[in-house]
Ligand binder design. Structure first.
Ligand code: NAD
Length: 504
């Protein structure tokens, strides 16, 4: 074993920790120190198949368990997450780098999905039509899809898995989670808590890994449905490969979220909103604002004047310092990538108003830090505008009219979130009606739907037909069955050879 690291992780299969026998491991960093703290096993195809076998074996009994009993596990799991909140937040922050308060907020958003899943008996109720023909009744039920898999990104190691497995499991499915190999400790802990909450062994399994285990999940015929959250490049591959293997797939992907600021907006409100939305979690959020579209030069000038001291004053540091507002990026490699984008923005001719490159934090000189960056006069052809940077780099694009702003938002390849800041109801209504975006905010910078609504983008931010959690989640993780029943005492009308209308 590598002597630099404190621990080697495992998989969680059949309700137990399972040590890897595959021999491949990945490095997990503490991004605030730049040190490798943990080795994560990268599952072989055989290890992944063991998790699939475990989920498949647990399926018949779990899908036959009454929904109210499944809900009881969710109620207990919710309690356990709250009871262990400090420990879980610590696991998230130590591997992701975000502040403890931010980690707790994201865990809370995940728990809200668990709370939604507690209502599963009500959510699974079907509908019934009496007497659709003489002596004939018809009803719909929603049954579990089967063995489901979830492949999740690094940026929300608690919340994104909890967008998936609570709803899937409450619906009667069994589940295999393949979390990000960059911060795998929190998902493993959540699986242990599900066992402690009374979940039967094998209903939730966690297999750590990379492409090899993902490809096994995508092609194994025992897996029925795949939920993916991550980058567009990988998500499109997951969607196409999963569909080619006859699986139901939802793939929620990358983003470039615009915030349009109209000249009549409350600029102080818009500036505060921009600070949190662009620099919170170091910009590593799929709903982060990465582009401000300022309508009119005066609006742009005022925004930049107000933003500048706030960005320069951002407290960048380790999650271990309670006064930190923005932590490091997830790994040194990601930090280098974000630095590279800032270099490109300068080379492409954008005006770098605030340069966060080379930001050093005393006592954490090897940490993956970059300070907040602000570009002005960004053009739509520049890579800092077209690409998702996934770091604390905000681009200001100047336009002259609302119509130009709407066109920009609509024409961008991503369609996750967008916001407009204005006091003009007509303008806000035009925006919410016309933009080709899945989640839209009016004077709300990060319009993330609550757990009982559903989360999802448009265009190349989502492949598949279903958004995630809320009723869309229930629909994704269930199949509809429609039953038409006639009882022997019904009217006898002899053999019928012709198709009949429903009114007969
Ligand atoms: P990523 O695409 O690199 O990884 C996501 C998952 O895919 C991980 O579990 C990873 O192990 C796996 N993976 C990586 N390469 C693979 C390959 N070649 N074949 C098969 N599987 C592979 O994403 P990330 O860097 O962990 O997360 C950041 C991305 O996630 C950003 O693009 C962000 O916008 C996106 N994201 C989207 C949403 C949303 O709801 N739309 C939410 C959170 C994050």
């Amino acid at each position: 074993m590598d002597t630099r690291v404190k621990q080697t992780l495992h998989h969680y299969i059949g309700g137990k920790k399972v040590q890897s026998d595959g021999g491949r491991f990945g490095d997990v960093y503490n991004p605030a120190t730049g040190e490798v703290t943990t080795l994560v096993p990268l599952a072989s195809a055989d290890e992944t198949r063991a998790a699939i076998a475990s989920a498949a074996a647990a399926l018949p009994a779990w899908s036959a368990t009454p929904p109210a009993k499944r809900a009881q596990v969710m109620f207990k799991f919710r309690e356990l997450v709250y009871a262990n909140m400090d420990e879980i937040a610590q696991l998230v922050s130590a591997e992701h780098g975000k502040t403890i308060e931010d980690a707790k907020g994201s865990i809370q958003r995940g728990v809200e999905v668990v709370e939604f899943a507690c209502g599963i008996p009500q959510l699974l109720k079907g509908d019934y039509s009496e007497g659709v023909a003489s002596g004939v009744d018809m009803y719909n039920v929603r049954q579990p899809v089967g063995v489901c898999a979830g492949i999740t990104p690094f940026n929300f190691p608690a919340m994104v898995p909890m967008w998936m497995f609570p709803v899937a499991i409450a619906c009667g499915n069994t589940f295999i989670l393949k979390p990000s190999e960059k911060d795998p400790s929190c998902p493993l802990r959540l699986a242990e808590l599900m066992t402690e909450a009374g979940l039967p062994d094998g209903v939730l399994n966690v297999v750590n890994g990379d492409k090899e285990s993902v490809d096994t999940l995508l092609t194994d015929p025992r897996v029925d449905a795949i939920s993916f959250v991550g980058s567009t490049q990988i998500g499109e591959y997951i969607y196409q490969t999963g569909c080619a293997n006859n699986k139901r797939v939802q793939a929620l992907c990358g983003a470039k979220n615009h915030m349009v600021v109209m000249p009549d907006a409350d600029l102080d409100q818009a500036v505060d909103a921009t600070m949190g939305a662009a620099y919170g979690s170091a910009g590593e959020r799929c709903m982060a604002i990465s582009v401000v579209v300022a309508v009119g030069d005066e609006t742009a000038d005022q925004l930049i004047e107000k933003l500048t001291p706030k960005i320069k004053g951002l407290k960048v540091g380790s999650y271990t310092d309670a006064s930190t507002e923005m932590g490091p990026l997830v790994t040194p490699a990601h930090c280098e990538k974000v630095h590279g984008y800032v270099d490109k923005g300068v080379a492409e001719g954008a005006e770098l108003v605030i340069d966060g490159r080379g930001h050093s934090v005393a006592g954490h000189e090897n940490g993956a830090f970059i300070g907040g960056c602000l570009f002005d006069k960004v053009k739509p052809s520049m890579s800092i505008y077209t690409d998702e940077i996934f770091g604390p780099v905000l681009c200001v694009v100047r336009v002259d009219t609302y119509d130009e702003a709407e066109k920009l938002v609509t024409e961008h390849e991503y369609g996750n979130g967008a916001a407009i800041f204005t006091r003009d109801g007509d303008c806000a209504r035009a925006f919410t009606t016309n933009v080709q975006i899945g989640m839209v905010g009016v004077n709300v910078p990060i319009p993330v739907p609550v757990a009982y609504h559903s989360f999802g983008g448009w265009k190349r931010s989502l492949f598949g037909d279903h958004h995630i959690h809320g009723m869309e989640g229930v629909r994704f993780y269930t199949r509809m069955k429609t039953i038409t029943a006639r009882w022997p005492s019904g009217i006898r009308d002899g053999a019928v050879f012709n198709f009949r209308s429903g009114s007969e």
